[in-house]
Design a protein around this ligand. Structure first.
Ligand SMILES: [Zn+2]
Length: 307
């Protein structure tokens, strides 16, 4: 049995999968706020409670909104700031009496989709999370690429490629630079672009719906947005050449993405064939917790290593 935990800012979710990937149990509790030890206890209680009811022990993987620094072994870049600076994997290992794997939630998303989701069977998979921000992760042959700084796939803070004159210097980004992909391609960025063009306020998915329904100004704003997203994706394609790109996050619900992006990416990337699949995720909000469970491969669990 493999157990995944998704540690979010507001809730902690646990899910147990059997050897065939079937969900045995799924539960969530509110995340204790501002106290690190309470978070450790809450995760341990969820895992041990699930095991007691299933009368089975499992491997444990945890998705977090941040990463464990390969240099220090401590959590960094987490928006749940009370996690920062703690050795979360080691503290959980002590609380649960077994080794624990911890990974960034975007990486868990791509691992989940590459394992038994929209990119199952694809070798190189780039996962995009596009919503309030723009992030991503890379999975190759069923394994997450973490990287020297544990930021592999974090393309949202690359500059928008091939900017037009009216796209220079670009909006200021919280990271300190200007014109990051995130400042052009996130949901809030799309809402700002629409507001500037029309004077009206609408959220990103509604703008896409208005465009689909034939609204001319929404259509123009979406065209520009698809074009920027395609330029951003093409620069990833040239380096990684993924077999599949899986879209996640709130903006992945925009149906037109899967029709509009492939021909534009083909135009901007250094390849004439356009074989890069661009697909919607299949596990939705469950991708984080499912990917956390997949941090231990089935054969590792069979071998008894993490138990
Ligand atoms: Zn930035």
């Amino acid at each position: 049995m493999r157990i995944g935990v998704d540690l979010g800012g507001t809730k902690i979710e646990v899910l147990a999968l059997d050897a065939d990937g079937v969900t045995l149990i799924r539960e969530r509790v509110l995340t204790p706020q501002d106290e690190y030890q309470a978070v450790i206890r809450a995760i341990a209680d969820l895992v041990l409670g699930a095991e007691e009811r299933l009368r089975k022990r499992g491997s444990v993987g945890v998705a977090i909104p941040g990463t464990i620094s390969p240099q220090t072994g401590l959590v960094k870049n987490a928006n749940s700031t009370h996690l920062i600076g703690h050795p979360l994997d080691k503290d959980l290992a002590a609380a649960l009496g077994r080794p624990i794997r911890v990974a960034n939630d975007a990486n868990c998303f791509v691992l989940s989709e590459a394992s038994d989701g929209a990119a199952a069977g694809d070798d190189i998979v780039f996962g995009i999370i596009a919503g309030t921000g723009v992030g991503g992760g890379v999975c190759v042959s069923g394994r997450i690429l973490t990287g020297a700084h544990a930021i592999a796939g974090e393309w949202g803070h690359n500059p928008l490629p091939a900017p037009r004159d009216d796209e220079r210097i670009g909006p200021h980004c919280y990271c300190g630079r200007s014109g990051c992909i995130e400042t052009w391609c996130s949901g809030p960025a799309l809402a700002v672009q629409y507001q500037r063009a029309t004077g009206r306020n609408m959220i990103a998915t509604d703008i896409a719906e208005a465009a689909a329904a034939g609204d001319a100004s929404a259509r123009r704003v979406m065209d520009d947005w698809f074009d920027r997203m395609a330029r951003a994706i093409a620069s990833v394609v040239n380096i990684l050449d993924p077999d599949a790109i899986v879209m996640g996050g709130g903006l992945s619900k925009i149906e037109a993405l899967y029709r509009e992006l492939p021909p534009r990416v083909e135009r901007y990337a250094f390849h004439p064939e356009g074989r890069t699949k661009i697909v919607r995720n299949s596990h939705g909000d469950s991708s984080g917790v499912r990917g956390a469970a997949w941090l231990w491969a089935p054969d590792e669990v069979e071998a008894g290593l993490p138990l």
